[in-house]
Each structure stands twice: as structure tokens, then as C-alpha cells.
Design a protein around this ligand. Structure first.
Ligand SMILES: [Zn+2]
Length: 509
């Protein structure tokens, strides 16, 4: 399913040669069509680095028709005769440094661009792409990342989301700042990441402009157009909060608000464990989609209404807000490093359970460990390298959080909480790998952790019963007891329910 189709590339290449004058001897070489991610070889591209996206759109919710102009600021990291962007809509025109460039759509989502003048290593490029399309009708690798709703459309998916609304270097290792400006009919709202900087109505249309001024991975960029009730506020600490709810949430409306309206409070609570909140604003929106997942879109979290079908769900809000530190500010360098996102986001849900008096992190770890017998396939998924098809497997979350608890018990609470808070500061607004995390945790704790992380993240078997901290009252009960002999933590069922909503992709994949 992920095999890239190369049949059309030959025809496209022929068209390109016609567009380039024969006298223009190629200088440099073509940038690679992928950035080098083992899980997704064609995602992202080689040869340049983007620093900023300016995305200017007009969207008609009645027809799902989207018109756009995206301007990217990039720097060449090698001599480039040609480079790719990742994109799936129809491109009308491409300019590089003000000159028309030849372009061709190839493979599933490659947009090959040949600038009129090659780019020398270190040169900056301003790339303008004009395009249009009906995102819900555009399928890549057999699915559509765009979510069509009765009153608009939503871009929120992982890892594939950007292709349906803006051209990009689509990999978390190339982060950039974003300005997103969307023109929609009056009465319809547009939501994106960061701060709403202006809202102007004229002749029946309203333009919403947002700015995310901190580096953001492309999959964390979000766009929502629809009919929303929008709430603007600031936290006690002065952080702007923007929350939005589809007018069409039915019976889930109350529970959605009772959860997402606690965003500011939960950011403050998380800051106690994870350090200062990294972004200039925070928020969350609940559109009228039929999907089940939530996604940590940067500073503006996406929630499916189904998250609130059984009442308020502060756990999912904690999880997605924890990602603002673990995933968004510190982003993974490769998709195989997903444990750095999900293991820690799930662990903060355990800390929240403890705070709410519904079971301590240790009790949840004991119960989780006992819940899966040694021959359960759960233990064959490696949280440290799950593979693209199991990237969002339950084990990445649950065994991932078990790993965090094992680390805590190995280094002790004092060092553990210094690591938990120090890591997001160490790599703020950047990228990191699991190996870098190991080195950091070893430096802070003064303990070798290679064997522990190997056992918990990279071994396809149930680890021996984890060691527990020894309290004054003696050792805790053995975790090797069957689940039936341990008392089920009050938060257990809620956490289990949240396992069924990790599917980050539309159904059918
Ligand atoms: Zn998550």
C-alpha cells in the first residue's frame, strides 16, 4: 500500500525537459524525494530546510473547494537543480525567487520543482505555489487525510495531513513558523494554530488570520472550517486560550465543554511536572466529525466528539496537552521515535489519575503489567521501534508508559522528575531521538540506563517483573500477581477506553 508509484514519473520528467532551455546545463543535483525516514521513505524531501510557511486560502464549505497560495521560505542544504515538495492538490503555478519554475506532480504526493536558476548550497529561496482542489475527493495511498463535515472541512491527521491543504517538506524533522489566513463565507469560522491576529469581514466573506510563532512540525498544523461557537479567554498566568465547539455536537456538547474548557487549568497543572508551557497560546476545538481520535495539533488541539460520548474526559485533554511539551515543542526526529511522544503523554494521564485519587501511577503500572500475560501479542510490539503499521498500537502507549514507570523506579523520584521537566527544556523547539533521551537521563541520574531501555523498548517479550521503589512500609505488592489479585484502579476503564481511539487515520486503513 505504501509502494510509491513511479509509472507517471517518466512522462513527467519528459515534460520537465521541454520546459527547461537546452542551454541550461544542470548545476547541482536533484534533492531526494524523501527525507530519509525508514518508516515513510517518500515523506519529506532532501536538499533544503523550510523556516516559514505563509498559507493563504479561500474555502467554500458548501462545495469543499479550496483555493490557495502558499509561500515557503527555505534554505538550500546542497546545490540543487531540482527539489520536491509534498502535496496532493492541483498546482497551477510555481515561482522560485520570483521566476516561474517548471513543475510536475509525480508519485503519490511529490511535487517536483525545477527552478529557472539552480540553487547553490546555502542560498535562500522564496517558493510560491498557487493551487486549488476539492480535498475530500483527493485520495493518496488509498485514503484521504482531509475530514469533510456537513458544514466544512478539517485537516488533522498523523502523519499525513498537510498534503490536502498546503505544499510542504512533510516531516517533523523540518519545523517552521506558520501564518495561516483563510477566507470563508460570513457565519462560518476558520480555526488554525496559534493566535488569531485578525478577523475582517467584507462583501459577505470573513478572513481569519492566525500566527504560530514557534517552530511547528507540518503534521501539527491544523485547519478547521465550519460553524463553531468560539470562546476566547486568558489563563490566570495571561496565556491566551481559544476554544471552539461545532454548533452540531448534539448530546456530546456539554461533556465536550466540561472537558476542553479546563484547558487552562490543565496546562497549569502539567507545567508543574513538565516546566513552562512552550507556546504563545493554547486551545482546543471539537468539530462535528465522525472520527474517534484526538490529535495534539500545536497550541490548538483537535478532539473528536466521540471522546466525550461517555461524559467528561479530562484524561484526553491532559494527554493532548502533555504532547505540547512531548511531541510538539520537542518533536521526534524519526517516526520510529514515537515512544518519546506517546509513552510520556500516556504517563501524564497516570499522574492525573493519581492527582484525581483514581489510582497511582505505580498501581496503574502494576495493573497494566499484570493485564497482559506473557504470551499476549501485546509484548511483541516494540514501543521503541514499532514499525509504521503499529506506530499507534496500544502497546506504544501502555508499554510505553510502563517504561516510564520502570525508569522512575530505577533512578528514583528526585532524578525522575528532574528528567521529566528537564528534557523539554533541553530540546525546546527542536527534535530529538530515543538515544538522546537515554544519554540525557543517564547524565541527570548518573545511572546507566541502556539495559533498562533495551528491555522495555526494544525486546519482543514480557520483561521480568519490574522492580519497585522500597518504601518505609516495605516493598510494594509483587507486580507478577495476576490482574485479578490486584485491585483495579478507578481510572483503569477510562484509560482502556482511550485505547480504542488512537486510530489517527480514517477508517479503512
Ligand atoms: Zn498521543
Amino acid at each position: 500500500m505504501r509502494t510509491r508509484l513511479t509509472v507517471s514519473a517518466t512522462a513527467a520528467a519528459a515534460a520537465l525537459f521541454l520546459a527547461v532551455p537546452a542551454s541550461a546545463a544542470p548545476i547541482g543535483q536533484a534533492g531526494a524525494p524523501g527525507i530519509g525516514d525508514r518508516y515513510y521513505p517518500t515523506y519529506g524531501n532532501g536538499g533544503y530546510d523550510v523556516s516559514h510557511y505563509d498559507i493563504r486560502l479561500t474555502y467554500d464549505p458548501a462545495t469543499d473547494h479550496l483555493e490557495g497560495t502558499t509561500t515557503l521560505l527555505a534554505a538550500a542544504t546542497q546545490d540543487l537543480s531540482r527539489f520536491d515538495l509534498d502535496f496532493a492538490l492541483d498546482v497551477r503555478e510555481v515561482l522560485v525567487n520570483g521566476r516561474p519554475a517548471a513543475f510536475a506532480a509525480t508519485g503519490e504526493q511529490e511535487l517536483e520543482i525545477t527552478p529557472a536558476r539552480p540553487l547553490a548550497k546555502g542560498a535562500t529561496a522564496t517558493v510560491v505555489v498557487r493551487y486549488s482542489g476539492t480535498p475530500s475527493k483527493v485520495s493518496r495511498y488509498g485514503f484521504t487525510g482531509w475530514l469533510r463535515t456537513p458544514d466544512g472541512g478539517i485537516a488533522a491527521n498523523e502523519p499525513e495531513s498537510a498534503w490536502w491543504w498546503f505544499p510542504s517538506n512533510d516531516h517533523p524533522s523540518d519545523k517552521a513558523t506558520f501564518d495561516v489566513s483563510v477566507l470563508v463565507p460570513d457565519g462560518t469560522q476558520a480555526i488554525s494554530n496559534g493566535v488569531l491576529t485578525s478577523q475582517v469581514s467584507r462583501l459577505g466573506w470573513t478572513r481569519y488570520s492566525y500566527r504560530e510563532n514557534k517552530p511547528q512540525a507540518t503534521y501539527l498544523a491544523t485547519l478547521a472550517v465550519g460553524r463553531f461557537d468560539v470562546v476566547s479567554d486568558t489563563t490566570a498566568g495571561g496565556l491566551p486560550v481559544l476554544t471552539a465547539y461545532s454548533k452540531d455536537l448534539g448530546d456530546n456538547a456539554g461533556a465536550a465543554r466540561a472537558s476542553v474548557e479546563r484547558t487552562g487549568e490543565l496546562v497549569d497543572w502539567l507545567s508543574g511536572y513538565l516546566g513552562p508551557y512552550p507556546f504563545s497560546s493554547v486551545g482546543g476545538y471539537v468539530p462535528n466529525v465522525t472520527t474517534g481520535y484526538a490529535l495534539e495539533t500545536q497550541s490548538q488541539v483537535f478532539y473528536s466528539p466521540r471522546q466525550f460520548a461517555r461524559g467528561a474526559n479530562t484524561g484526553v485533554v491532559v494527554h493532548e496537552l502533555a504532547h505540547q511539551w512531548y511531541g510538539d515543542s520537542v518533536s521526534l526526529s524519526r517516526w520510529s521515535d514515537i515512544w518519546l511522544n506517546e509513552g510520556f503523554a500516556r504517563y501524564t494521564q497516570w499522574l492525573w489519575s493519581e492527582h484525581e485519587g483514581e489510582g497511582t501511577a505505580q498501581e496503574l503500572a502494576d495493573y497494566t503489567y499484570a493485564a497482559y500475560s506473557a504470551d499476549d501479542p501485546f509484548w511483541t510490539v516494540l514501543p521503541g521501534d514499532p514499525g509504521p503499521d503499529r506506530q499507534f498500537d496500544t502497546a506504544v502507549y501502555e508499554r510505553g508508559a510502563l517504561t516510564v514507570q520502570a525508569l522512575r523506579n530505577a533512578v528514583g523520584d528526585e532524578a525522575f522528575f528532574r528528567i521529566l521537566k528537564g528534557w523539554p527544556a533541553e530540546h525546546r523547539y527542536g527534535n530529538a531521538t530515543i538515544e538522546q533521551f537515554r544519554a540525557y537521563a543517564e547524565r541527570i541520574s548518573g545511572k546507566p540506563l541502556g539495559a533498562l531501555l533495551d528491555t522495555w523498548l526494544f525486546t519482543p517479550a514480557k520483561p521480568a517483573a519490574p522492580t519497585h521503589p522500597v518504601s518505609a512500609a516495605g516493598p510494594r505488592p509483587s507486580a507478577s500477581a495476576p490482574a485479578g489479585e490486584l485491585r483495579e484502579p478507578l481510572s483503569w476503564k477510562k484509560l482502556q477506553e482511550s485505547n480504542s481511539v488512537h486510530e489517527h487515520r480514517p477508517s479503512g486503513r
